[in-house]
Design a protein around this ligand. Structure first.
Ligand SMILES: [Fe+2]
Ligand SMILES: [Fe+2]
Length: 212
């Protein structure tokens, strides 16, 4: 066999060509840059950990809402938003695995509290579920916006792929927020109080998920 080639089955490949393919593939789906130092690595891991936790929690909230309202007229709308959340979560799962980022230890807590929040808000009726959606999605959008600002201030070229992912998800969270308002979130009983309490919870969840 020629030097610089490998044989797999009946085919012979050039090793330099294979190396190129591997690198190109890795580049094609790698969202995070290779960290240049420990500080950058810590920052990126913190960001990905909290984003993953947020998307995980959002999935559980929509699961809880579907458990209550799945068979009503609002079911397909909630399912549509949930499907988008599933895609967001899948992306962060991929990023975490690829970059060996540890997920937050609090996932079991977000699992239960997310589902309970979704289900209990839906028990207030469609408007209650939508009020929860408005509150949560506004918090997540603000959170993504602050990450976008931080990355842009640091080095927009270095974080192009990551910025693209976060911006795309931020836009979909804004859509969910607007859908909630269109679906009369504001006529939920105790809307402003409900929204304030949920957003306080989201802020606390974001803060702890970055750290643990
Ligand atoms: Fe999401
Ligand atoms: Fe969302």
């Amino acid at each position: 066999m020629l030097k610089g080639t490998v044989k797999t089955g009946s085919r012979v490949f050039s090793t330099s060509l294979m190396r190129q393919c591997v690198c190109k593939d890795a580049r094609a789906y790698s969202v995070l840059p290779v960290p240049r130092d420990e500080e950058e690595e810590a920052m990126l891991h913190r960001m990905m950990r909290v984003d993953h936790a947020g998307e995980y929690g959002a999935n559980r909230i929509y699961a809880g809402q579907m458990a209550v309202l799945g068979r009503t007229q609002t079911g397909p709308l909630i399912q549509h938003m949930w499907d988008q959340e599933k895609r967001h979560l899948a992306k962060f799962n991929e990023i975490l695995a690829e970059n060996r980022v540890r997920p937050t230890f609090l996932l079991p807590l977000w699992n239960i509290s997310g589902f309970l929040l979704g289900a209990s808000s839906a028990l207030l009726g469609k408007e209650g579920a939508m009020a929860c959606t408005v509150a949560v999605e506004e918090s997540i959008s603000e959170h993504y916006n602050s990450q976008i600002r931080a990355l842009m201030e640091q080095d927009p070229d270095r974080y192009t792929e990551l910025l693209q992912v976060i911006k795309e998800f931020r836009d979909e969270e804004m859509e969910h927020h607007d859908t909630g308002l269109e679906q009369n979130a504001e006529s939920a009983p105790g809307y402003w109080l409900l929204k304030a309490v949920i957003q306080l919870g989201c802020k606390a969840a974001i803060r702890v998920s970055e750290r643990v």
